[in-house]
Design a protein around this ligand. Sequence first.
Ligand SMILES: [Mg+2]
Length: 282
Amino acid sequence: MATRSRHPGFQPLGSPEDIQRGSLQLRGIVFDMDGTLCEPQNYMFRQMRTALSITKQTDILDHIHSLPEPEQTEAFRKIQDIEREAMQNQIPQPGLAALMEFLDQCGLQKGICTRNFDAPVEHFLEKHVPNHVKPFSPIITREFKPPKPLPDGILHIARAWGAIDGGIVPKGLGLDRFLPVVMVGDSVDDMAAGRDAGALTVLLRSVGKGQSEDLAIDERTDVVIDRLDELISLLEADSQLTDYNDDDVPDFKRPDSKYLLIAFHDTNQDIDIDVADMLFRL
Ligand SMILES: [Mg+2]
């Protein structure tokens, strides 16, 4: 199977015109909901698999979609009951409000792409997102098919934002199609969907809460954060990257450093490729 190219990154937000040549200008951020906007409730998935008598290896939605009626409707009812109960215990992720306010100030779009159904999403937005934050739009839920890990939901959002050239949603993988969009999530489905859509992928790390440690070093994960509001400094224009020269080795060269989301190759043409490549690797 072909490997998709890494996303080239973005222009620094608010950067002056003269360093903006050749790189993408970020249009918006797509968020997963469970485990990303709100803290993980992975017990939900164990309860669902028990209710459906399936193992961890089986995708819950794929399994339900494979059932004939009336079993399919009954299976959806079972998992919705679990999700309705879990939504009463939703806890917003640390840094959520600060990040949303920052995105609004920057005029960036924000959308949601979740495999959950409408009620828990509406509950979360009503109870846990401050009223002054501009609405998420579009919001892709279980009604939309096909779900993540396929990229169609993210592509649909990107088209709604006018972020796809020509406005026609591409079919399948485009190995060199890059969208001016970030996908933030906590699961392999989010990283796979984001990468295949052509977005830059950001993993919100939650190891110890059901997330595999391998996901942070997965080839499809571009950036790793531990809190949502870490994205603010990664997106801001006054990054050390723009000041880079050979005498001033910046933090991002450390093997343990986080990536920066701003474009690098195009604004620093004389940097050797090994250094540039480090930006996109943990
Ligand atoms: Mg999730």
